[in-house]
Design a binder for this molecule. Structure first.
Ligand code: CAA
Length: 389
């Protein structure tokens, strides 16, 4: 039996945010539609100098604090906002982190499921090589477009999971149930920097996949709602997870249902402010739960990963003894609280100042340089990344 799991959790987001009430006002929508109906309070806004690579590198750096880079054998980066159709973003991440060349770097793609695939590969790898570690990262910028229904569910950020055979935070169990079926709910053609989404249909597919997997999970494991201290979800927006959780709440006694509901709120706290970070979203829910509520060691948590297109996985994990001393709530809250608020005009300007999809050179606006890593621009069709001063 594998004991592998998550040793450290790193997080990064951008230095700017948009208040959903400001967006609602500007779009002529009742603010409660966004804050209550969809469940989002804020969304991180990315200037062009921040992309899935810089955010992944910043999250990985956060996860690697105090760790030995020489122990890392692989960087696996799940993303659906990759910066190159050929080279893995993880190669840039490796360079920005200054990791030794003796490392494998790969990018994985299946919409928001990519980071779960990375985690799965990482766990199998470290189980076979107990002295080695793997970084599994989910990093994305969610872009739907100005004045679109999806606009209220954008966001930007990354979560990095340092995986080991003797994890300090969470042991990931082998009770994995998964499924894939073709669905045209959300996708992004290579000519577009914004996703195409059938929002209501995607919600249906998400809920149907959760339902199918939860049924199968119960049959295979004999476990039910009473066996879990928390349910975590991929959260494209907070209300989405709540809709799925309702199915479990119907099966729980009142005390358990109340516990699961309040833990769900704790798990959604970071995401309500950062927005959808696609492949890292489920793991942001995990971080939010662990850093904002005290669960006992040994608690079993369910995790539901969903990637449009569509693929989903349901599995469980158990908290390790002393896990809370390996978290960094102050640092992560400071990253969220320290962002500068932008108005709708500045957000629209930043949204439109996107890298040209043509061979011309491009310089990112230096006034928005922030964070440990940034894209300075593109020269001779080569991306110019650098560490911050
Ligand atoms: N006060 C309170 N609530 C209000 C309200 C008001 N004044 N006005 C509306 N609402 C409620 C509605 O009742 C509705 O709630 P329920 O879903 O519980 O019924 C909610 O606000 C949203 O209202 P609408 O459905 O009318 O909103 P919409 O048509 O603008 O679409 C959306 C909402 C589908 C989420 C849209 O934002 C969207 O397309 N988002 C992107 C797609 C997405 O994230 N899909 C999720 C699954 S796909 C996935 O997981 C992959 C991924 O990460 C992208």
């Amino acid at each position: 039996m594998s004991e592998a799991g998550i040793d450290r959790i790193g997080f990064a987001t951008t230095s700017l945010f948009l208040d959903m009430r400001d967006l609602a006002k500007s779009r002529g929508v009742d603010p409660e539609k966004y804050t209550v109906g969809i469940g989002q309070a804020e969304q991180s806004v990315a200037p062009s100098s921040q992309d899935s690579v810089t955010l992944a590198a910043a999250a990985a750096r956060d996860a690697m604090k105090g760790e030995d880079p020489g122990e890392v054998d692989m960087i696996l980066m799940g993303t659906e906002s990759g910066v190159d159709a050929s080279r893995a973003g993880a190669v840039y991440v490796k360079e920005l982190l200054g990791l030794p060349d003796r490392v494998r770097c790969v990018e994985l793609k299946q919409a928001c499921y990519g980071a779960t695939a990375a985690l799965s590969w990482a766990l199998d790898y470290v189980s076979m090589r107990p002295r080695r570690k793997v970084l599994a990262i989910g990093s994305d910028i969610a872009r739907y477009g100005l004045n679109t229904p999806g606009e209220a569910t954008q966001g930007a950020g990354a979560v990095a999971l340092l995986c080991s055979a003797d994890p300090k935070i969470l042991k990931v169990e082998e009770d994995r149930e998964f499924l894939t079926a073709l669905a045209a709910d959300f996708w992004r053609p290579t000519y577009s920097d914004c996703a195409i989404v059938d929002g209501h249909y995607s919600t249906e597919v998400y809920l149907e996949f959760f339902s199918r997997l939860w049924k199968r999970y119960k049959e295979e494991t004999g476990r039910g709602a009473q066996d879990f201290e928390a349910f975590l979800f991929h959260l494209p927006f907070a209300k989405m997870g709540l809709k799925a959780l309702r199915e479990v709440l119907k099966e729980a006694d009142p005390d358990r249902a109340e516990k699961l509901r309040s833990r769900f709120e704790a798990s959604a706290a970071y995401g309500r402010r950062v927005g959808n970070i696609y492949s890292g979203s489920l793991y942001l829910s995990l971080l939010s739960l662990l850093e904002s509520s005290l669960l006992e060691a040994g608690s079993r948590i369910a995790l539901f990963s969903y990637g449009s297109g569509a693929e989903a996985e349901l599995f469980s994990a158990t908290l390790q003894e002393g896990y809370s001393s390996f978290l960094a709530p102050e640092r992560h809250l400071a990253a969220i609280n320290g962002r500068r608020k932008v108005g709708v005009g500045e957000y629209e300007h930043l949204f439109s100042d996107f890298l040209p999809s043509s061979p011309q050179d491009y310089s990112c606006d230096e006034r928005y340089f922030a964070g440990p890593f940034r894209l300075a621009g593109v020269k001779g069709q080569k991306r110019q990344y650098e560490a911050g001063m």
